[in-house]
Ligand binder design. Structure first.
Ligand code: IVH
Length: 677
């Protein structure tokens, strides 16, 4: 079938337009059209090519993905070797580099350098012939690499055809392929969700992706590339400085790092280095230093090269943020809230300029994910101010006596059972009331306003009482004497007596408050009320199994598990008994419900409440004997209308049912002893 001329012309023009916008998007980061407009152009070209398959050229933007998977990569001989770089680690090294250049040239000039961020990715070579990408290869050993053309074609920032008419007949472009940090995060999240292996860092992810035998997999990884030099050039001219060569490459459609600058001399070079180092964390790609290149190509040629490295360039490396060391042991620490966290004890190692000997391991899932054992060689990372972490494990060098890391059965601080519930990653100590690590927190909570409401017992005082060894559990509070208290800092006899009076007053409480005061994980004020209403008795609650607990409104398996674990702990039960022995008491729930003024009433809550949650309001009304229903009928006693109340309010008004605002509800609750204080 012959192709109508206007169709062929439209396809050619679309190809050009698409390549141009691709270039603007990927190389310049300055778009002229929207994604939608771009997609329309692309779809139009695809449909023309589908109608007229003879139109398809292999540099058409539609032909990036589609090559069949390979059985293996073939080898490529580099026509010019791909060199590596000598390293500098200090300002002196950089000054020395400039001095060596001058002594080699027999001059004493200030050298102009091109400075480029050193991208931490995979070095590749792209060969363009008559502007068309004909081959892409890895660096390999510098002489022989692997043919990765099909994979590189999937990278949108690599032009399949260069733009411009001053192109050399053959041009080899070199650069670094990498994965943006943001893309890396996404890939790892997806891999984790799919239960697949995750990559330790963006460079490993880029290296793994570029060596996929199936180009469709490479395409999914969204690789990108910065070009930084030319290799072979035949049949054409390049500019005479490195900086202008980069500008030429950019003009031809290749992506070049926007942070590249020229500087005069090593001193100015060092300032540039410091500047890039300070930006490092904000860049969306990983860099491990700054590359300094003599800008003049003539001078480069005069300087020449050693076996594997040029004399005209150097890589000024950032202090390593990662280092290898050995995992000596794992200790478990208990936090203020009872979380039991594994901490790696490491053979001390220098990372990013400081010595580290500990790293966080987060939780047992993380240990399993890393496949970590004690004795392993580990890669540790310290970036910015964050706590050092273990990034990966060198399984190959595992010693024979490597030991498994086992979550302790009991809390290292108090000996209570450590609980790791199904579906949760954080293990927790169940010794809420007696654990020394949690002591201050649990006593502070016990005394707080919504719990036992012990006036005058603030955080500072709790801290002092614990630090002085006067109390170890909430029950000890009620044994305090005036003599003990006045011995404390800033405690006059008057305040000591006030505190003792407040403690005494707090003994008359309610069951919901008492349950809440115990500080059982996941048991907030509203859950405590529900538990009190259901069990009406602290000992009945202590004995309850998970099924019975789950019969209580809003309690699921996780919360039920926490409650069971708490009461399973004998020491917690002992503290409760001691508390009761001090005379703490509450009116029985039956009595309070029967005598409550709302017994027999039906209440409905609607709209958004701002000072209470729905659950809290419901629990408090129930505590006063009311039933709380979901819909309004003629049997409804009262409707509480919060913000934006809708049809239920209308219905209440139609039926003449009494309506209260949230404010009025609060006043009513307050007057019946169900207020906030
Ligand atoms: S120039 C002779 N420039 O660093 C010039 N390399 O050991 C050789 N790299 O293998 C490379 N960013 O993969 C150069 N702007 C940059 C670079 C860069 C990253 C990599 C490259 C090379 C290694 C140096």
């Amino acid at each position: 079938m012959s192709i109508p001329r206007e169709i062929a012309e439209e396809a050619a023009s679309l190809r050009k337009t698409i390549s141009y916008h691709n270039y603007r998007y990927h190389a310049l980061d300055e778009t002229e059209i929207t994604d939608g407009e771009f997609d329309r152009l692309f779809q139009r070209l695809k449909s023309l090519e589908a109608d007229y398959p003879e139109l398809v050229t292999d540099d058409s933007p539609t032909q990036r993905v589609g090559a069949a998977p390979l059985a293996s990569f073939s080898q490529v001989q580099h026509e010019l070797p791909m060199l590596s770089l000598d390293n500098a680690f200090s300002k002196e090294d950089l000054i020395d580099f400039e001095r060596r250049i001058n002594s080699r040239l027999g001059s004493a000039q200030t050298i102009t350098f091109t400075c480029e961020p050193k991208i931490d990715g995979v070095a590749v070579s792209l060969m363009y012939e008559d502007g068309k990408l004909v081959r892409a290869a890895t660096r390999g050993d510098g002489t022989t690499g692997e043919d990765i053309t099909q994979n590189v074609r999937t990278i949108e920032s690599v032009p399949l055809r260069l733009q411009g008419d001053d192109l050399p007949r053959r041009l080899e472009v070199r650069g670094e392929i990498y994965i943006a940090r943001s893309t890396f995060e996404r890939i790892n999240q997806q891999a984790q969700a799919a239960g697949e292996k995750i990559f330790a860092n963006p460079r490993n992810a880029a290296a793994g992706s570029i060596r996929q035998l199936d180009p469709r997999l490479t395409a999914k990884r969204k690789l990108t590339m910065f070009c930084y030099s030319v290799g072979l050039v035949e049949g054409g001219n390049m500019a005479t400085t490195q900086y202008e060569i980069l500008a030429q490459l950019r003009q031809w459609g290749l992506r070049v790092n926007p942070l590249v600058r020229t500087v005069e001399g090593a001193e100015a070079g060092y300032s540039f280095y410091e500047d890039i180092l300070s930006q490092r964390q904000d860049l969306d790609y990983e860099i491990d230093g700054v590359v300094f290149k003599v800008n003049s190509i003539d001078l480069q040629q005069a300087l020449g090269m050693l076996t594997r490295t040029p004399r005209w360039a150097i890589a000024f490396k950032f202090p390593a943020e990662q280092a290898l060391t050995r995992l000596l042991d794992v200790e478990f620490q208990v936090g203020r809230t009872g979380a039991v966290t594994p901490v790696a004890r490491l053979e001390p190692v220098r990372v990013g300029g400081v010595t580290i000997s500990n790293a966080t391991l987060h939780n047992m899932d993380e240990i399993a994910r890393l496949g970590l054992k004690i004795g392993d060689t580990v890669l540790v990372q310290r970036a910015g101010d964050v706590i050092p972490k273990v990034v990966s494990v060198d399984h190959a060098s595992r010693p024979e006596d490597a030991r498994d890391i086992i979550l302790p059965a009991t809390c290292p601080a108090c000996g209570s059972e450590v609980v790791l519930l199904e579906g949760e990653v954080i293990a927790r100590c169940s010794g809420g009331l007696i654990c020394s690590a949690q002591r201050k927190e649990s006593i502070r909570h016990f005394a707080s306003r919504l719990a036992m409401d012990i006036e005058g017992l603030g955080d500072k005082l709790v801290e002092q009482l614990v630090d002085e060894g006067l109390i170890t559990s909430p029950a000890d509070l009620y044994q305090l004497t005036e003599a003990q208290l006045v011995g404390l800092e800033r405690m006059a006899p008057k305040s000591a007596n006030n505190l003792l009076a407040a403690l005494d007053k707090s003994k008359t409480t309610t069951l919901p408050r008492f349950i809440y005061a115990l500080g059982i994980q996941e048991v907030g004020e509203s859950t405590a009320r529900n538990l009190a209403l259901h069990f009406a008795d602290i000992h009945a609650l202590e004995q309850a199994g998970p099924e019975e607990l789950q019969a209580v409104p809003d309690i699921g398996p996780i919360v039920a598990g926490k409650i069971v674990a708490f009461f399973h702990q004998e020491d917690n039960r002992k503290v409760i008994e001691s508390l009761l022995a001090t005379g703490i008491s509450w009116p029985s729930i039956e009595t309070s419900v029967a005598s409550a003024t709302l017994a027999g009433e039906v209440w409905v809550l609607t709209g958004t409440l701002t000072q209470l949650t729905r659950n809290e309001a419901k629990a408090r009304l129930q505590a006063l004997g009311a039933k709380v229903a979901g819909s309004v009928s003629k049997n409804t006693t009262c409707v509480v209308a919060g913000d934006a109340a809708g049809s239920k309010l209308t219905k209440a008004q139609e039926l003449g049912v009494k309506v209260l605002s949230e404010e009025e509800l609060l006043v009513m609750l307050q007057s019946h002893g169900q207020g906030n204080s």
